[in-house]
Design a protein around this ligand. Structure first.
Ligand SMILES: *Cc1c(COP(=O)(O)O)cnc(C)c1O
Length: 372
């Protein structure tokens, strides 16, 4: 099976379809190479690196049409570190979650385990469906996921009607941010990491924060709650304002993300990116709908993500084998999220991925299935 050779003529130009780490544009790596002696290996407390942090923060603000008063905050440790940071620095007492996959569940666990916080309310939905937030007295932080990367379910970013005044909404946009449309006025913290749609490498978290969220961070800090230094959101805010991070960041990650944002902004910004991901999504889901052996995993078309698509395969057509053959042919990371445990492929549709490569991928899958 593994010796099926896919002809070069039908292969995608770039065979990277992973949901994270995801495709990094070769042009970005070439630009990085051009600063190999001037940026790489230099101090993150000096202007050369700070200029790149500034370029990244500006690029994000422009890309997401950041409203007045919002700020771009960043620090080390990726989104996983941001969950802990928010647990210490944004939840005053009680949170409510919409949990519909593995990533949402991790933030729920961080807050549930925190001995200084009340038991959160959690609205759960099984894999492939969405859960939603509802107004609840006493909740000071609401949290949901823009795109649940483990299942391929995407929901709109919308404030909770009837929430207590001052309650914050936190949106995990790690994989949805940059592929899906958003109006930042609808949320207080839109946080992401650079190894998904931002086409960079992992290791840092980025959060676009509203004035209310920034105020909350300072308010909680003033209560003298124990906050580990590394997870101190006020420190992250203050360092970000100085175009630096609390501890040493991966310079290449910062540079590649800034480069990618400049590229996406030059292409037309978020609306361009959303259109490009939607084009890839239409091609992939359209192919699955027409296929006799594949179908979109997400039953409700309105929930089907244009950032990360999940495709189920019919009994007798083994997705794991398809992924293995694709990998042997340099088409990589189409495997599903391991814990979901379905006969499925998962394909990233981030704007970095060329829609024509998604179409080529479907031809390659057809080619492989015919020969299995
Ligand atoms: C990838 C991902 C994360 C985890 O990001 P890390 O930077 O690896 O911690 C969290 N949430 C979502 C929705 C993701 O897709």
């Amino acid at each position: 099976m593994a010796d099926i050779q896919i002809p070069d003529a039908i292969k995608p130009v770039d065979g990277r379809f992973g949901s994270g780490p995801s495709k990094v544009r070769p042009e970005g790596v070439e630009a990085l190479s051009a600063v190999s002696r001037t940026l790489m290996g230099t101090s993150h407390r000096q202007k050369t690196v700070k200029d790149q942090v500034a370029r990244l923060r500006r690029g994000l603000a422009e890309f997401f049409s950041m409203p007045d008063g919002y700020e771009v905050v960043l620090s080390n440790g990726g989104t996983s570190a941001f969950w802990e940071t928010a647990t210490f620095g944004l939840v005053r007492e009680k949170a409510q979650f919409a949990e519909f996959g593995e990533f949402g569940a991790k933030f729920v666990k961080a807050v549930t385990d925190a001995p200084f916080l009340a038991e959160p309310t959690v609205h759960r939905a099984p894999g492939g469906q969405a859960a939603y937030l509802t107004a609840e007295a006493g909740v000071d932080v609401y949290a949901s996921v823009h795109n649940e990367t483990s299942t391929g379910v995407a929901v709109p970013v919308r404030r909770v009607e009837g929430a207590d005044p001052g309650a914050l909404l936190l949106t995990d946009a790690t994989s949805g941010g940059g592929s899906l449309d958003v109006d930042l006025r609808e949320t207080d913290v839109y946080y992401l990491a650079p190894q998904k749609a931002l086409g960079s490498d992992g290791g840092i978290w980025l959060a676009l924060m509203s004035p209310a969220a920034i105020e909350r961070a300072f308010e909680i800090k003033a209560t003298k709650r124990y906050i580990p230094q590394f997870l101190d959101l006020v420190t992250a805010i203050e360092q970000s304002r100085l175009e630096q991070t609390y501890n040493t960041p991966a310079l290449a990650t910062v540079f590649l993300a800034a480069e990618q944002l400049d590229w996406m902004n030059a292409q037309g910004g978020l609306s361009w990116a959303v259109k490009r991901s939607a084009e890839s999504a239409a091609a992939l889901y359209g192919w699955a709908d027409r296929s006799s052996f594949a179908e979109p995993f997400i039953a409700d078309p309105a929930l089907r993500s244009a950032a990360v698509a999940t495709i189920d395969f019919a009994e007798g057509v083994d997705a794991a084998t398809i992924a293995k053959v694709l990998r042997a042919n340099d088409i990589v990371d189409t495997e599903p999220y391991r814990k979901l445990g379905r006969n499925q492929l998962r394909i990233a549709l981030y704007p970095t991925v060329d829609p024509s490569d998604v179409i080529a991928l479907t031809s390659c899958i057809d080619y492989v299935v015919e020969r299995l």
